[in-house]
Design a protein. Structure first.
Lengths: 155, 155, 155
């Protein structure tokens, strides 16, 4: 069935953005063999960073979770571009690294990054289950609360 | 010789835990081709997180090193599961990323993560020598002091 | 043309250091298949760490950028060793992870890590364009301001 994942995105009410273009000497993804390495995606929505601040101080775990889901949406947009538009070529979400801008003493990084993990499984089903690291960092580009990068296997 | 690495573990007095089960929409490892990507492992021992706190404030470099060794033990348990129980299939420990919950001004992350690096070489010999990154972060899941993830090549 | 990248380095006035030797049970790089995983490189110059401190507090964005460029130089030195001295074997810079020791509220990690990204493109041209993550951390080994690790595809 062609467009299986596109249909699933529609069902979930998720509209992918145009994959953000590079703004420097790095690119949003590199395909090497059958692996796609996607650059760290932040909480961009229609060209503007969302969910700014430090989780556990400025913003809640719940909002952090929403931020992570938005990062994951942007990852999927990049993977779609890497696949020439055909997300059915995704064999497996291999690894996600989730970085959470964290207040001192904040230790619920997993609950935040679940926002990204859950979207991957919502969209790709079992192929969306991935290895993951979640850590709390001092700060992130543009002051966003969450950044997630990833490795995807494609056919 | 079958069970070479199991014998080495016994010699070292290291008993691997049952590989921890996933608690969310991510999994402890993904095998892609001949590479195993293992999720970030923390200092779990018999189901409880150990060595909580911030290195350089709450706990010492020495305890951090012990914490990293425990993370490495848990990584090996996951790799064993990924290999269907046969650790002799490990060709090479390729990369470890070590995250140390660090006090402001703490800069001995390498001495901490050596606890993980040393265990890999203790167990796998030269095949245990790996590329590595060690960084100091703001905080980690459940308040543990160290998290380590890794990439392993298997046959 | 043999020595194409060496010639480019000369043109840029960049002299690569001898690849730093391992100081522990980890190694500066691991070659697995056609991928080179390079350990986190810091701001070593002639055996001494440079650009110490926290970006946004002790040192400026501009100095951080210079620090990142130095890390990238050291990455290239390791890749050269991994290639048996022949940098023309580099097919693609696949991924860089940039860690910036950051003051609270500092959010210009991309401007810092551009120092590494720019050097990759200066040296390797389009093959130097890579996926990237840039995050702000609490602290780094030896008190350096920047650490960068990377994955390279070689032939």
């Amino acid at each position: 069935m062609a467009g299986r994942i596109d249909a699933r995105l529609k069902e979930l009410g998720i509209e992918l953005p145009a994959a953000a273009a590079p703004v420097a000497n790095y690119v949003p993804y590199v395909v090497s063999g059958n692996m796609v390495h996607v650059a760290g995606q932040i909480t961009m929505l229609e060209g503007k960073p969302q969910h700014l601040g430090i989780v556990g101080a400025d913003i809640s775990v719940e909002e952090g979770n929403t931020a992570a889901r938005l990062c994951a949406r942007n990852l999927i947009a990049q993977v779609k571009a890497a696949c020439g538009g055909d997300l059915d070529r995704v064999v497996r979400v291999v690894k996600l690294n989730g970085f959470v801008a964290s207040a001192p003493g904040f230790t619920q990084q997993p609950a935040v990054i679940n926002g990204a993990s859950d979207l991957m499984v919502d969209v790709f089903g079992d192929a969306g289950r991935h290895a993951r690291a979640a850590v709390g960092v001092m700060g992130l580009p543009l002051g966003v609360s969450v950044e997630v990068d990833g490795i995807f296997e494609i056919s």
